[in-house]
Design a protein around this ligand. Sequence first.
Ligand code: PEP
Ligand code: MN
Length: 266
Amino acid sequence: MSEVDIPSIPYLGQKTDEITIYAGPCSVESAEQFDEVAQCIKDLGLRWVRGGAFKPRTNPHSFQGLGEEALKIMKDAGERYGLLTLTEVMDSAHCELVHSYVDGLQVGARNFQNFSLLKKIGQVTADSHKMVLYKRGFAGSISEWLAACDYISDCGNDNIVLCERGIRTFETATRFTLDIAAVPVIHKQSLYPVCIDVSHPAGQRDLVPSLAKAAVAAGADSLMIEVHPNPPVALSDGPQQLTPAQFRQLVGELRELAEVLGKKVV
Ligand code: PEP
Ligand code: MN
């Protein structure tokens, strides 16, 4: 594609000076595990906690998530700590259930072009306008991503956050290749805010801080960061999850960087 093919539309999302962090464990494993992370997030003055209840695992024999039990754990912690909650919905049949428990619904990379799920999520959130965090697929182009947003918005909810989470390339040094250019390209081509999930492309926790700082510098509106009280025993994505101590340090560093840009991390 040549440079001139990209239309330039003013980006309304730039009116906000806030960088939102969606942090939490890959999977909700127990009330104790989730509470420890929620407490850390609350203490840092952040707003959102994420966690997986229904997990899209490559192997059917891997941990599949606690399902509704995890949704209950999230709702309870969200109320006690005063945090908003975000979780993935994998199946059209679960949309109402998930919607009844959480504040934000995530579409995972593996459902990037599951158009019936996108439509169902749009319908279920049409009245509440709960946020839909819509992740890019491993092999999805930005134009396919923006086109598919209309499946959600046409059903009545345009409260959509586009989440870049790495794409598949020939490179194997990282789990996925983070397409940082997605931030300015989406800001030029749409009015939707952009989130960068820094954990899934990294695949290893020591890379997470650099990717997070790059995302802030590139103008991302939000970040997704996986945090687990004890990553070595995590039931999914252990190697890439930060400990609460590592997360606290990173949030401090991101706040310094955000200040330089006239923004604040929430
Ligand atoms: C997740 O957020 O835990 C997840 C499974 O993400 P993705 O769909 O990007 O792989
Ligand atoms: Mn994960």
